[in-house]
Design a protein around this ligand. Sequence first.
Ligand code: NAD
Length: 492
Amino acid sequence: MQDKIDQLRTLSVSPQALFIDGAWRPPVDGAAMDVISPIDGSRLTTIADAGAEDVDRAVVAARRAFEKGSWSRTAPAERKKVLLKIAELIEKNALELAVLGVRDNGTEISMALKAEPGSAAGTFRYYAEAIDKVYGEIAPTADNILGLIHREPVGVVAAIVPWNFPMMIGAWKIAPALAAGNSVVLKPAEGASLTLLRLAALCAEAGLPDGVLNVVTGRGAVSGEALGLHMDIDVLAFTGSGPVGRRLLEYSARSNLKRVYLELGGKSPNIVFADAPDLDQAAKVSAYGIFRNSGQVCVAGSRLLVEKSIHAEFSEKVAGIATAMRVGDPLQLSTEAGAISSAIQLEKNLGHVDRALAEGALLRTGGTRTLEETGGYYMRPAVFDVTPSMMLAREEVFGPILSIIPFKTESEALEIANATEYGLASAVWTSNLSRAHRMVRGIRAGVVHVNTYGGSDNSVPLGGVKQSGNGHDKSLHALDKYVDLKTAWIQL
Ligand code: NAD
């Protein structure tokens, strides 16, 4: 497979237009942005930099397609065929998509293959299979009344997604929205648009009617804002940072009160008790739970809480794994942590290291830029000892930086775990079943892993509590975001 990857890595990528109403269209003012590959800092291609007028064209096309009914009113079985075909085409083009995505955002290829085309195909298939198994309801009314509860598509859905795992996260939103019969306008992140543009082409090839899926690329503050403020978008589904999530709520309030679903950041606690079943395994999984994709994972276990009696030994194990991690060319199958997605992100990460050191955090390993001679953006995974009040114990870094915090008792572990504005993911390692259940109940987060970190599939929801967001991606629950309930009250 490495041979094929090496062939694909040098393919030239043509300048990318917007995908609106089933066709590639340049932006009205012809504006474009450079796409810089984090692998070596070279210019990969350009993407269109959409303005408000382009966004409007995409929304108009989406609404027209919705009203026409060629997707929104087709039988679920017909929609299912198209979604299954999309899944098939993603799988057929998986390697090409994965390499293209890695050249764009730097994720290590071994992970990208699984998490990007692999996961996206599975998500399309999951919602394709779900469409004709989700019913409306008959309410338990008086005998002379028939109360029907219909589930109807909302209309036009805007999806705004981040640069880490664009296909996976894009599919989490597009697939259930399309399955429910909606039209979609998708805005990828500036640093990871290429695979989603390719996905639009595959959707058209699979038979998705014109205008049902539109992709507008460009700057968040311009095209993202135009989507947020648009008067004809019914639902806005977002994954990204907290500050942008807040803006989207403001845009909604200032425009048409569109429903806004937010999947935001995290500062997820990974809690290791001395009675964990296998401390070596716990150390390995914990290290990968933060350092895969260079820590650019919303559910990354960035706070490692370790019981005092094993703190020294366990922290050494984790730091040892971090030190030995193969950081480098993300297109090598053997690489364990690829590139940081952009020069800006690398700067931010190094800034976090400097601030942590200035605050008195103890650096056990890493935290420095590496492989600078490649021109790319690489960093050694960093492991810090911190106290709960330090910045590294509270703020999301979104990079390869782990904070270790010791605790003495179960209640102290819970207190530290919950002492954050976030509530996305978490984990508990213990052999004590009662303690595991107590922690599952006590931790305020969307997911609590027990004796593992980071596993998931399409059948379970992913979403945050507190300032990690609202609403859920994945599972049948995600469909609820993209339907309206309508009551028919019929006098018999
Ligand atoms: P970001 O918020 O900067 O950008 C996300 C998207 O919003 C991009 O498409 C961007 O162009 C757009 N955007 C930026 N400014 C905008 C504006 N003013 N109006 C409308 N749209 C705008 O986030 P990012 O840096 O791309 O991603 C990292 C963040 O995403 C982290 O906080 C991470 O935790 C979070 N994330 C969360 C999940 C989850 O499932 N909860 C998954 C992945 C990433």
